[in-house]
Design a protein around this ligand. Structure first.
Ligand code: HEM
Length: 135
């Protein structure tokens, strides 16, 4: 595992110790973009928090694994097309995700390096999803 992947995994582990972490993400996302709220009504908050953890695991696992990234991107592009997700929303979700991580990890452990690693990893996954042909 590269040191970048280890940094992502370690910071994610710290963030997940904070019970508020998934809710922080949704609060930040809906505060910045209230119009997204109705998209997240298919599942209970508990199920969504599980999906959120799945989302982050997908990002961490795909670093250093181009084939996995491609396979995940294809699956996400397919499901997300049916949710009515538009390309500009990826930036909004990325911002809320980084802000939630920053707050949950805390200033002691959230370094400039961690912020850069998460920003790059999220951007790589988002770009791979957007590069998939429409379903
Ligand atoms: C790289 C970015 C993203 C990743 C890796 C990702 C990953 C996932 C995963 C793994 C799931 C659960 C399984 C599935 O439904 O496929 C999910 C669900 C979902 N995602 Fe994403 N996603 C991303 C971006 C976005 C964006 C930009 C939006 C726009 C608002 C979005 C909205 C949703 C919704 C609405 C659900 C379903 C929630 C529900 O059914 O209650 N996602 N995502």
């Amino acid at each position: 595992m590269s040191s970048r992947a280890a940094l992502l995994r370690d910071t994610l582990e710290i963030a997940l110790c904070d019970d508020r972490f998934p809710a922080l993400f949704y609060d930040k996302l809906f505060a910045a973009r209230p119009s997204l709220r109705p998209m997240f009504t298919r599942n209970s908050p508990g199920a969504q928090q599980k999906m959120f953890a799945q989302k982050l695991a997908a990002i961490v696992d795909s670093v250093d694994q181009p084939e996995l990234l491609r396979a995940e991107a294809r699956a996400i592009a397919k499901s997300h097309a049916s949710y009515g997700i538009r390309p500009e929303m990826y930036g909004w979700v990325g911002e809320a995700l980084i802000a939630a991580l920053r707050e949950a990890v805390g200033p002691g452990e959230w370094t400039a390096e961690a912020e850069a690693a998460w920003t790059e990893a999220y951007t790589a996954v988002a770009e791979a999803v957007l590069a998939e042909p429409p379903a």
